[in-house]
Every structure is written in structure tokens, then in C-alpha cells.
Design a protein around this ligand. Structure first.
Ligand code: DON
Length: 584
């Protein structure tokens, strides 16, 4: 008889609140290492084995989703800019060279650690327009429509320009306009590589539905060919305006006018007032302790830090870990992930709107309760619900360490690949479809198969819950060890967890840790997703025999990571992607 997992495991009482917007340098506790046989190896038969390139550098490093953007960041660092200067330059460069995810029409998060130890996080997540309402994406029968994913109504109020300016104002050292200059150059023309040709070709049909997107991204209705120079004059002009006038032009000036005109053209909701009111917010980081390491990650409105924290806390209680890739190990991880995602989907939302029991969810005692409920021989089913997930990898993460040891972990997104597919006519940039990250239809799955609750219901001016998990890991002496993050919707959380666990628990090299096959469980759908070819048929059979749904799913999470090395830093771009690391 299979036991159903109760939706709530315990009554949760304590509520987070009143935290300082930054964290002081930590005192690190005694290490509690897992008992492992030694350095784990990833199977040589695994398609990614040996494919991650490690770039080493003595002083500074940038790893991003596009080699040209990493070069831009490394140049800024070489000229004496700091990690936030590089963050601004890389972000705008990504808007020009990685249009499926790099953006000025979306939002993101920065986890920033100064070399002296202070850590701050910046939330420039999009917000629901004032006119948004709870059931705005349901049809007359109460069924979800696709208006939260494609078209004008899918867009939240963009946060990227406000956020990058805020980060720069507080921490930047180089002139603002100088940091945008490389992006303008790239928008004026750069050579399309194979990965970007493929991304544009994959979404050509969707982009072609909107005239401004067709003009902006397609040449005679098709993706620009690999090796050809791609020019984006409207985007170059927009970037020039932002370089000259800062966020005022975007939120109150000419660009705001163009955004609102676009909304009126397509029945979208964003108004001049929505843009005028948008502000980025500094928030206190989530601090996690894992086997003597301190990890900083993103708090709500991201679910990343809390959900990864629950997974890590559950796993930390296993003093002895089964071998990497074994059914026994996958089972523990999947059951930890399942429980963490149930809490995520139930409790988490925008901290400006909902009270969340964060301290309780992140306590070691709560993790012990969850761990005690894991049957080591059997899967614990989540209450059944038929859901489907779509494939996609179109958020983007980059990691930066500058010559002084300041570190920025930055994840930014339009949500879906190319966001809502709507380009602002005359301004040359895409609007996000972040509204789909809300629980658009309570009890029904969103684009990523997430079934979420009241805490993440749509409300006017509210931020939609995210899974983005930009993170920074310290070593057991409190020194910067890793900067890491990924795209992948809910798989972001588990991808970042895996890389951290692979390095800390399995003592893999960063290249192996990033390349290693991953698994994912998000409670609903109630099955383990395994990277195809990464786990043996015998392991999959054992998991099925334990009662798990098991499926292979070729999703490719794109981790961009930096790790301290004896000679400085190593950077690794996920071999599943067209990213790149550049250091000096
Ligand atoms: O913020 C979030 O959680 C999503 N909008 C991220 C989307 C994403 O990573 C797309 N890649 N698969």
C-alpha cells in the first residue's frame, strides 16, 4: 500500500520578516562532511563526459551564456572595473547577443558578495501591471489560455534597466555609458554563431507572429544564417538612449512611450504609471549552511534559495551518501526534492504580499522531520495530478569574480525562450512572458508543470515567484569558493544543487560537476526526470521498483560557474550550451 505524502508535513508557525537588507561576514561552523569513498567519477559513457572546458585565470573571471558577452565582461575587469561594472556590461551585451534570454525587457536577480564579506541581493524581478487580476488568463470555462505565455498580455513590468542602474549606482566604479558601449557595438552588428542561429530558428514561427519581432529577428522570415553579420539598429538606438539618460528614458521617457504604444497595439496591460512606479529592491540573502560551508542564495520572490536550502538540509542529515548515480542516491535526492518543491509551491511568493515561514522551512529541525518521512526503500507519492512540462533553456546565468575577489552571481530572464515573442516596435527589444510564473490557474500546471498555490496568485503590482537561484558558496574557512547559477525554470534549483553537491560531497572537478548527469523532481508531475544516457537501465529499473515514475528528459540546464583554484580561478560554461568563460 503506497502512502500519500500530506501536502503539509507540519504546522508551520514562525514567519520571516524584519531582516536587514544585507548579511555581515559569517562565522563558519565546523565542517560536517559526508562519508564518501573518494572523488566520484562521472560515467565515461555519459555524453557530456570530458566535454566541459575549464578556463583558468590568475586574477578575474567571467562565465556567461555567450562568449562575446564574457569577453565584454573580462575587458571591463581588465580595465579596473569591479564585478558590478562587469555585471552591467555583460547584461546589456547579452541583450544584444543572446536575445532569447538576455534582455532589457525582462528581469533578474543579483547575489553580490564584496571581498570583505558583505553580501547583498538585488531583486529586479518584473511586476504584474496594476490592471492584472487573479483570473485574467482563464477562459469562460475556467480553463487556462496561452495568453500568459505569448503576446502582449504575458508581459510583466520589466525590471532589468532599473535593477542594473541600481546595482551600478550603489557599487559601480566605471562610467555608466562606458559599460553600455560594448552592447551598442554588438547591437550594431555581430556575427551569429551556430547556437544562436539554432535558437532563433527554433522560435522563428512564434516570432513571426508579431511584425516588429519578424523585422527584428528574422531575415526574409528565417533565422539569420550562421556566420552572417546580424544588425539590430532599433536596439542600438535604445541602448544609446539608456547609456545617455539612464533608466529615466526607459521608465518615463521615449522608451516608456514606445512600450505603452506597443501595449495599446496588442491589448497589453502595462501603463505609463506601471513603468513610472517600478523599483528594484535590495533583499537579505538566504544563508544556508551545508557541511560547514556557507552558501548565499536568492530569497523570495525567488524560490531558489529556500527550495535548494530544504534539499541541502535534508541531504546533509545523511552522514553516509550512497555512490554518485546509484539508485539509492537518486532516491534520496528525488525524495528531498519532492518535499522541497511541495513547500515551494504551497508557501512561497512575493514577500511584499505574503508572509512566509522561511525560518521554519530552512531550519535543520524541519529538515530532520522531512528526512524522517523518507522511506529508503519506497517512493512517497505526491497526490496525483496530470501535468506536462515543456522543454526550454532560455533564462541565462553569468558568474563574475573581479581582481579584488568581489563576486556577482546573476540570473536574468524573459521567462520562455524569446519571452512573449513581442518586440516593442521601434525599440528593438522583446518583452517578457513572466506573468506565466504566477499560479495563473490555481491547481493547474504552468509552462514548467509547476502546480502552485495561493501565495503565488496574481495580484496587481505583485512579483511572480521565480526559481532562479544565483548562488555563492564559501569554503569552510569563509573564503569565496564558488559562484554558480543556471537557467531551466524549476530545474534551475536542482541544477545548482547538483553542482554544489558534486563539488562539496563528491569532490568532482568543476568541469565534471557541471557536466555530470542530473536528475530533477518537483513533486508534480510525480516522476523523476533523468538526463538521457546519464543513468544506467539497471538504476532506472531499481527506481521503478521503488515506486518512482521515471522518465528520461533531454532538458539541458546551462550552468555557468567559477571556482577558486590554487592559481586563481577556474571558469566552466556548461558543455550543454554555447556559453564561454574568459579570464585574465
Ligand atoms: O523565474 C523563473 O523561475 C523562470 N521565469 C525561469 C525560466 C527559465 O529558466 C527558462 N528556462 N528554461
Amino acid at each position: 500500500m503506497r502512502r500519500l505524502l500530506p501536502v503539509s508535513f507540519v504546522v508551520l508557525a514562525a514567519c520571516a520578516g524584519g531582516r536587514a537588507p544585507e548579511a555581515a561576514a559569517p562565522r563558519v561552523g565546523a565542517a560536517r562532511a559526508a562519508v564518501l569513498a573518494g572523488r566520484a567519477r562521472i560515467p565515461t559513457t555519459w555524453g557530456m563526459a570530458g566535454r566541459a572546458r575549464t578556463v583558468a585565470a590568475a586574477r578575474a573571471m567571467v562565465v556567461s551564456g555567450h562568449p562575446l558577452a564574457s569577453e565584454v565582461g573580462a575587458e571591463v575587469l581588465k580595465r579596473g572595473g569591479n564585478a558590478i561594472d562587469a555585471t552591467v556590461a555583460v547584461s546589456f551585451a547579452l541583450a544584444a547577443v543572446l536575445p532569447d534570454a538576455g534582455n532589457i525587457g525582462g528581469g533578474g536577480f543579483i547575489v553580490y558578495r564584496e571581498t570583505a564579506g558583505r553580501v547583498r541581493t538585488l531583486d529586479y524581478r518584473e511586476k504584474a501591471p496594476a490592471a492584472a487580476s487573479r483570473d485574467m488568463y482563464l477562459d469562460a470555462q475556467g480553463n487556462p489560455t496561452d495568453h500568459s505565455v505569448t503576446g502582449h498580455r504575458a508581459a510583466g513590468v520589466p525590471g532589468s534597466v532599473a535593477g542594473l542602474y541600481e546595482a551600478w549606482k550603489q557599487h559601480g566604479t566605471r562610467p555608466w555609458a562606458e559599460l553600455i558601449e560594448p552592447a551598442i557595438r554588438l547591437a550594431e552588428g555581430h556575427v551569429i554563431d551556430a547556437a544562436r542561429h539554432r535558437d532563433l530558428a527554433d522560435d522563428a514561427e512564434r516570432l513571426a507572429r508579431f511584425p516588429a519581432s519578424r523585422r527584428q529577428f528574422l531575415v526574409n522570415g528565417r533565422a539569420p544564417a550562421r556566420g552572417t553579420t546580424w544588425r539590430q539598429p532599433d536596439l542600438a538606438r535604445t541602448l544609446r538612449l539608456i547609456a545617455d539618460s539612464g533608466p529615466a528614458v526607459f521608465y518615463r521617457g521615449q522608451i516608456a512611450d514606445l512600450i505603452v504604444a506597443e501595449m495599446e497595439r496588442g491589448g497589453g496591460l502595462i501603463t505609463k504609471e506601471d513603468l513610472r512606479r517600478y523599483r528594484a529592491a535590495w533583499r537579505s540573502p538566504i544563508q544556508l549552511r551545508y557541511r560547514g560551508h556557507l552558501i548565499y542564495s536568492m530569497p523570495p520572490p525567488s524560490s531558489g534559495g529556500v527550495t535548494m536550502g530544504e534539499i541541502l538540509n535534508i541531504m546533509e542529515g545523511y552522514d553516509t551518501l550512497p555512490p554518485f548515480g546509484s539508485a539509492a542516491y537518486v532516491h534520496r535526492e528525488a525524495e528531498a526534492m519532492r518535499r522541497a518543491f511541495i513547500d515551494r509551491n504551497r508557501w512561497l511568493g512575493d514577500p511584499d504580499f505574503v508572509r512566509m515561514p522561511l525560518e521554519r522551512l530552512l531550519s535543520k529541525s524541519y529538515a530532520a522531520q522531512l528526512r524522517a518521512q523518507i522511506d529508503l526503500r519506497r517512493a512517497t507519492p505526491t497526490p496525483p495530478f496530470a501535468t506536462d512540462e515543456t522543454d526550454g533553456a532560455h533564462t541565462t546565468h553569468f558568474s563574475v569574480v573581479d581582481a579584488d575577489g568581489n563576486a556577482a552571481s546573476v540570473t536574468t530572464t524573459l521567462n520562455n525562450s524569446f519571452g512573449s515573442a513581442v518586440t516593442v516596435t521601434g525599440a528593438g527589444f522583446l518583452l517578457n512572458d513572466e506573468m506565466d510564473d504566477f499560479a495563473t490557474a490555481p491547481g493547474k500546471p504552468n509552462l514548467y508543470g509547476l502546480v502552485q498555490g495561493e501565495a503565488n496568485a496574481i495580484a496587481s503590482g505583485k512579483r511572480m515567484l521565480s526559481a532562479m537561484t544565483p548562488s555563492i558558496v564559501l569554503d569552510t574557512t569563509g573564503r569565496l569558493l564558488m559562484v554558480v547559477g543556471s537557467p531551466g525554470g524549476p530545474r534551475i534549483i536542482t541544477a545548482v544543487y547538483h553542482v554544489i553537491a558534486n563539488v562539496l560531497d563528491h569532490r568532482m572537478s568543476l568541469a565534471d560537476a557541471v557536466a555530470a548527469p542530473r536528475l530533477h523532481h518537483q513533486a508534480l508531475p510525480d516522476s523523476i526526470s533523468l538526463e538521457p544516457g546519464g543513468f544506467s537501465p539497471a538504476v532506472m529499473d531499481s527506481l521503478r521498483a521503488m515506486g518512482h515514475g521515471v522518465r528520461e528528459w533531454g532538458y539541458r540546464g546551462l550552468v555557468m560557474a567559477i571556482q577558486r583554484s590554487p592559481a586563481g580561478w577556474v571558469g566552466v560554461a556548461d558543455p550543454r550550451s554555447g556559453g564561454g568563460a574568459v579570464g585574465y
